[in-house]
Design a protein around this ligand. Structure first.
Ligand code: CIR
Length: 253
């Protein structure tokens, strides 16, 4: 059964890092309700939910995608690019190890945020962003290439993470909101979407994607391609430069 690693939002969520957005009020109880609905969207489709221990002192701890990335059966524990997020890793490490998953780690001086990692088949696009440095990318490449993955570096200057600008549909088409993408031509198959919050999709299965409720034209375009689209309201996380991908780590069976 596919597993979903998540961590409940911290009461300090409103103090999370911001890079490209201005700070606006965040409703902590709405955020918790949105997080529960997000988790339920997976649970109701048969995913097994694994909660990482709460880290209420970590404002951005809910964004677990940044802390660990799965490559087949192996987990890569990231080293956060933001100092304020380094405290998230120990509890994520413990949760992944307790689940019996093999774990390797990015180490100093490398930094890597999981939001900069987009997998399409056996190709791994890694964003060279303000959070992910050259040493982190080199370490990831050294870990993955012997395991049969090809690592390609992608410049990221317009958004926080690579996956703030692009994600991939089940058929491997990379989708993104072009004003936020440095160079769409770096992806073999690219399709623009009409809304900023439409950039992020999570593949639930080969015919179904999960995305933000704040991108109705994009949802319509995906449905026109024959996809089933499940939408969730993640407004409180979008205020903190989060999106549907960063709220979980998917371990697919
Ligand atoms: C941060 O700046 O690190 C958080 N406020 C948001 C992280 C979002 N993560 C992601 O898109 N993968």
């Amino acid at each position: 059964m596919s597993r979903l690693f998540v961590r409940r939002p911290s009461p300090l969520l409103a103090e999370g890092e911001l890079t490209h957005l201005d700070r606006v009020p965040v409703d902590a109880s709405l955020a918790l309700a949105q997080w529960r609905a997000y988790v339920d969207a997976f649970r109701s489709r048969g995913w097994d939910i694994v909660e990482i221990a709460p880290a209420d002192d970590q404002p951005d701890g809910v964004f677990v995608e940044d802390a660990v990335v799965m490559f087949g059966d192996v987990a890569v524990l990231c080293r956060a690019g933001a100092d304020s997020r380094r405290g998230e890793a120990s509890s994520v490490r413990a949760g992944v190890v307790a689940s019996g998953i093999e774990l390797v780690e990015i180490v100093e001086p490398g930094t890597l945020d999981g939001g900069d990692v987009l997998k399409v088949g056996r190709t791994v696009y890694v964003g060279a962003s303000s959070r992910t440095n050259a040493a982190g990318i080199a370490q990831l490449r050294a870990l993955l290439e012997p395991r049969g993955w090809e690592v390609r570096e992608i410049p990221v200057t317009k958004v926080l993470h690579l996956k703030s600008g692009v994600t991939a549909l089940p058929d491997g088409t990379v989708v993104g909101f072009e004003p936020l993408v440095d160079d769409p031509a770096l992806f073999p198959a690219f399709a623009g979407v009409p809304e900023e919050h439409g950039t992020a999709v999570v593949v639930l299965d080969e015919g179904t994607v999960l995305m933000s409720a704040d991108a109705p034209e994009t949802a319509a375009a995906h449905r026109a391609r024959g996809l089933e689209v499940v939408t969730v309201d993640v407004s409180e996380f979008e205020k903190l430069e989060g999106c549907v991908t960063c709220l979980s780590v998917r371990v697919r069976d």
